[in-house]
Design a protein around this ligand. Structure first.
Ligand code: ADP
Ligand code: MG
Length: 658
């Protein structure tokens, strides 16, 4: 046993949850459903699956542990594999969209809640699993809620087979255990949803945290965080700093400001080790967060709310809480044309307390809230579940494939009537449902593709029109977690100049296609460093392109399974590509008005073309776009010029006229 392994095993034994090991195993063995509440860092996510496996409770089946975010799923799988002294993909694996690392030998699998919902399509009773641990249940993501509703029904089927005489498959099924885990004290609601399930509490180790509020509200939270960080860094004893920010852009912005100022500090001041942590962070960079802070350095972790409960970082003594987070919210515009937008908003009381708690894991800590005490007092207690505020289109499609309906399924909280109607309309427009709300062949194929329904529709149209190769290049970029073009206002001119050679008169989708083709060319001869350099010079996001290439590989595999010929290309003919895009994006079509703005075809909004688009300043009779950006104006981003006739030929528009 190596020194490192020894240290890891010692650390495991010291976790708060370790003392309760046998009692926990006993309770989980005795109860079909258990709700486990424990403070962040107590060892729930990493230890419970190992305990259950060691105790034989999982039988021959697998243990699934769900996570709302992919970074959490991959990083936890890596950690637990390390604790088991093996590499990820063997005994311990993970499965997230576009990335699966598991094998025949895998017994513990960390999965995103979305992946497990997707798995229902091919295995409606999740027969491969004997234990399903729904982790971070308090986050109440849409997928978690759908999963919890399904698990309830599955457990009834598997644990209380009506037909014990061996007729039908039920009698042969192994029972299913459900463990719901949460870091916040909202156990009652989960317990009553599962017929008064047993609630277990794990006491965490929490040292006192001194909390400071600002005297006045802060106009610029990034600037305020910058100043607070340097006050801590120059005045306070050693200890790492964790800064909570709403999203990747702020993290990158603040990161470079800190870097800049840190270089100007007097020689004697400790160095700053910057560690960003957000959903789209490549796995390789995550390990930095957990490695011990080098002597004479101070680690500064800049994180989204992923560090609130999902990932515990050792060594943190100071927390800076901007009081902001990003929230997906559905923007209803008219029936059938609502989309989710990420909005920055104030956090909830429950988040604020979780964030402060991160400072007191290993000793007394300090939390600097960049908002007033009154602001804290006025925060809502906890967030609204996603099912009440997000687009239901993709989920409704998946449920339809399972023969279920949003109206009929038993949820913890019921979705909004209007929101359901809008999802039905969207699926009807995409041709996934017929006018009796029944699933079509196209709808089933769309659900099979691991893409947003509208992009799945684009791929199916491309199959008919013979341009799957081109469409996969474009759709892979659109499905990436990050943006391809860096086009912040201050570097927009330089960026547009550097990217002149990619510009395409049809618009941004063909521009993307040109970029991907050039990147593929470069990739043939260049190393990673060479590719990065090329991206840097052309103001393109290397991360987005690498991710897109990986997504494209996955999509090709799915296409092969669906017998879609991904090699089919339309050559120089642009029409099939535009036509395919229109088929999926028809809800995002707009016509030019005399004053140069555009009016939505299926909604009431007046939009302008985003300044970062190659079609900005052009007058195009008809456009389609990827998304809307709400600032002082409503901007359409990711725009292509299309013949009006392509929009008019979409069947649903004909229905509407009739
Ligand atoms: P919980 O789920 O109760 O919040 P976890 O099981 O995630 O707790 O974490 C237990 C402990 O394991 C934490 O103290 C954390 O610091 C440590 N840990 C988790 N992941 C890693 C990792 N990748 N590297 C090092 N330590 C880790
Ligand atoms: Mg956890």
């Amino acid at each position: 046993v190596s020194g490192k392994q020894h240290a890891i095993q010692e650390q495991r034994k010291l976790l708060p949850i370790a003392q309760g090991r046998d009692a926990l195993i006993h309770e989980i063995r005795e109860n079909d459903v258990t709700v486990l509440i424990g403070e962040t860092g107590s060892g729930k996510t990493t230890q419970i699956p190992q305990y259950l496996l060691e105790s034989g409770l999982a039988g021959k089946g697998m243990i699934a542990v769900t996570q709302p975010r992919r970074v959490a799923a991959t990083s936890l799988a890596n950690r637990v594999a390390e604790e088991k002294n093996t590499e990820v993909g063997k005994l311990v694996g993970y499965s997230v969209r576009f990335d699966e690392t598991s094998s025949e030998a895998t017994r513990i699998k960390y999965v995103t809640d979305g992946m497990l919902v997707r798995e229902l399509l091919s295995d409606p009773i999740l027969s491969r699993y004997s234990v399903i641990i729904v982790d971070e249940a308090h986050e109440r993501t849409l997928r978690t809620d759908i999963l919890m509703a399904n698990l309830k029904a599955i457990q009834q089927k598997r644990n209380k087979p009506t037909d014990r005489k061996g007729k039908g498959p039920a009698a042969a099924l192994s029972p299913l255990k459900i463990v719901i885990m949460s870091a916040t004290l909202d156990a009652e609601k989960f317990s009553s949803f599962y017929n008064k399930a047993k609630i277990l509490y794990v006491k965490g180790r929490q040292h006192p945290v001194t909390i400071y509020h600002t005297a006045t509200s802060q106009a610029d939270y990034v600037d305020s965080a910058l100043r607070t960080f340097f006050q801590i860094h120059t005045d306070r004893p050693p200890g790492d700093v964790l800064i909570f920010l709403p999203g990747q852009e702020d993290i990158e912005g603040l990161s470079s400001s800190i870097q800049l100022y840190a270089n100007r500090l007097p020689q004697a001041t400790p160095g700053v080790l910057l560690c960003p942590l957000y959903a789209a962070l490549p796995p390789g960079q995550q390990t930095k967060i957990f490695s011990p802070t080098p002597k004479g350095m101070r680690k500064c972790i800049l994180a989204t709310n992923i560090a609130e409960t999902s990932i515990t970082i050792p060594g943190v003594k100071y927390v800076i809480d901007t009081g902001k987070c990003k929230e997906k919210r559905y923007i209803a515009r008219s029936v059938g044309s609502g989309f989710d937008t990420l909005l920055t908003r104030d956090i909830t009381k429950s988040s604020a307390m979780q964030r402060a708690g991160r400072a007191g894991r290993e000793g007394p800590g300090f939390c600097f809230r960049l908002y007033t005490e009154d602001a804290f007092k006025n925060m809502p207690l906890s967030a609204e579940p996603e099912i009440r505020r997000c687009t239901l289109t993709a989920s409704l499609l998946q449920l339809k494939c399972l023969g279920q309906d949003l109206e009929e399924l038993e949820f913890m909280d019921k979705p909004d009537e209007e929101n359901i109607l809008s999802a039905l309309a969207a699926l009807y427009i995409l041709g996934a449902l017929d006018d009796k709300k029944a699933l079509t062949k196209n709808g089933r194929d769309m659900a099979f593709l691991p893409l947003e329904p509208y992009l799945a529709r684009v791929v199916l149209a491309a199959r008919e029109l013979g341009c799957v190769r081109e469409i996969l290049d474009i759709v892979s970029v659109l499905s990436s977690n990050s943006k391809l073009f860096f086009d912040s206002a201050d570097q927009r001119d330089a960026a547009l100049e550097a990217r002149t050679k990619f510009r395409h008169s049809s618009g941004d989708h063909f521009t993307i296609l040109n970029v991907v083709r050039s990147f593929d060319e470069i990739a043939k001869t260049e190393t990673n460093a060479g590719k990065k350099d090329w991206c840097h010079k052309t103001y393109l996001n290397f991360r987005c392109l690498t991710e897109a290439v990986a997504i494209r590989t996955q999509l090709k595999e799915v296409c092969e399974r669906m017998k879609i010929d991904w090699t089919a290309s339309c050559g120089d003919n642009e029409q099939p590509v535009l036509r395919s895009l229109v088929r999926g994006l028809v809800q995002n079509a707009a016509f030019l008005q005399p004053d140069g703005s555009y009016k939505q075809v299926m909604g009431p909004s007046i939009v302008k073309i985003h300044p970062g688009s190659v079609l900005c300043d052009k007058k195009i009779p008809a456009i389609i776009y990827d998304e809307l950006v709400y600032t002082t104006n409503i901007y359409a981003r990711g725009v292509s010029a299309v013949p009006r006739s392509f929009i008019a030929e979409v069947p649903v528009l004909n229905h509407r006229k009739a």
